[in-house]
Design a protein around this ligand. Structure first.
Ligand code: SAM
Length: 307
């Protein structure tokens, strides 16, 4: 449901013409703890601290706890966040390949957009962004980070499975999302419904082998590494990891233009050994690790361009 339906115990400021809304006219919304009607009724209970009704929704329970305990980690678009530099470096690995698919001023769906890491980048390109995410706290942060930027924005408290009826979009970004959803086929069918024919889907998922060697691998999840690849920590996280064939299978109805292993260094297996380094050097190292037969399978993520 659009920002148009937002409520707040202290009242909501007037909205500029829209939706979508010019971000340079949203200053009064910065930092507002607005509420929205959720597209999936289970999201309200999860937001209020309820347990996950199905395993994949454990991520939303984990997110709620993390917002309570480590807000500075969750809000990594704040320059003071300990995650700020890393998340920007990760974003650069994607945007280096995705930039040519996001023409300035186009209409974008940022599915599972979280606090707006890619929304912010699109807005700065003058794009109009529809940001959809099942975590209301993230949507509030995304609005705060959007205020004053050049593009236009609307936000929706929904999942990919319950994607709202949106006017057609030119591009869909689903960065690190399809590996967390309950029903990936339904999500991809919904993306098809709103994406203009022939428009690009820019997506990424967690890599099958690289996650277990990363510093943030959950203790006690080795079974998943040599088992079915589904990492599940009840009340905290759930992720289906992908190898190349898994992603090709999921995207079988799409024309896959690019499918690239990525994230060997940031949040990946070789981050510690790499140490801090300028982005330009990290990009070169990513190429080398991707090209070497021994390190190539240790990618933390896959990124794809599909139409
Ligand atoms: C790893 S974060 C990525 C956030 C953002 N795309 C980025 O790259 O910074 C995964 C996001 O997927 C969202 N998510 C989880 N389940 C989802 C679903 N079923 N549909 C859409 N988004 C979902 C989460 O709330 C979270 O914001």
């Amino acid at each position: 449901m659009s920002l148009r339906a937002a409520t707040c115990s202290t009242g909501v400021p007037a909205l500029p013409p829209g939706p979508p809304y010019a971000c340079d006219a949203l200053h009064a919304w910065s930092g507002l703890a607005f509420d929205l009607p959720p597209a999936d009724p289970r999201l309200r209970a999860l937001h209020d601290g309820g347990a996950e009704p199905t395993a994949p929704l454990a991520n939303l329970v984990g997110a709620g706890l993390a917002w309570e305990r480590w807000p500075e980690h969750m809000d990594f678009l704040e320059p003071s966040s300990p995650m700020y530099a890393q998340k920007r470096a990760e974003r650069a690995l994607y945007t280096e390949r995705w930039e040519r698919h996001v023409p300035p001023g186009c209409r974008v769906l940022d599915l599972g957009g979280g606090i707006g890491r890619f929304t912010q980048w699109c807005l700065d390109r003058g794009c109009t962004v529809e940001l959809v995410d099942p975590d209301l706290r993230s949507l509030r942060a995304a609005v705060r980070h959007a205020v004053g930027r050049p593009g236009k924005l609307d936000v929706h408290w929904a999942t990919g499975e319950t994607l709202p009826d949106l006017a057609p979009v030119d591009v869909v970004i689903a960065a690190e999302v399809l590996c967390y959803v309950e029903d990936v086929e339904r999500v991809l069918a919904n993306i098809r419904r709103v994406l203009v024919p022939g428009g690009p889907l820019l997506c990424s998922v967690e890599g099958r082998w690289g996650w277990a060697a990363a510093y943030d691998a959950a203790p006690g999840t080795l079974d998943a590494l040599l088992g079915d690849g589904v990492v599940h920590v009840p009340g905290d996280k759930w992720v289906r990891t992908y190898d190349r064939a898994d992603l090709e299978r999921v995207l079988a109805a799409w024309t896959v233009e690019e499918l690239v292993p990525t994230h060997y260094i940031p949040c990946g297996a070789f981050e510690t050994a790499a140490g801090p380094m300028p982005l330009v050097d990290m990009m070169k190292w990513e190429e080398r690790l991707r090209a070497h037969p021994m390190t190539a399978p240790w990618n933390r993520a896959w990124m794809a361009v599909a139409r």
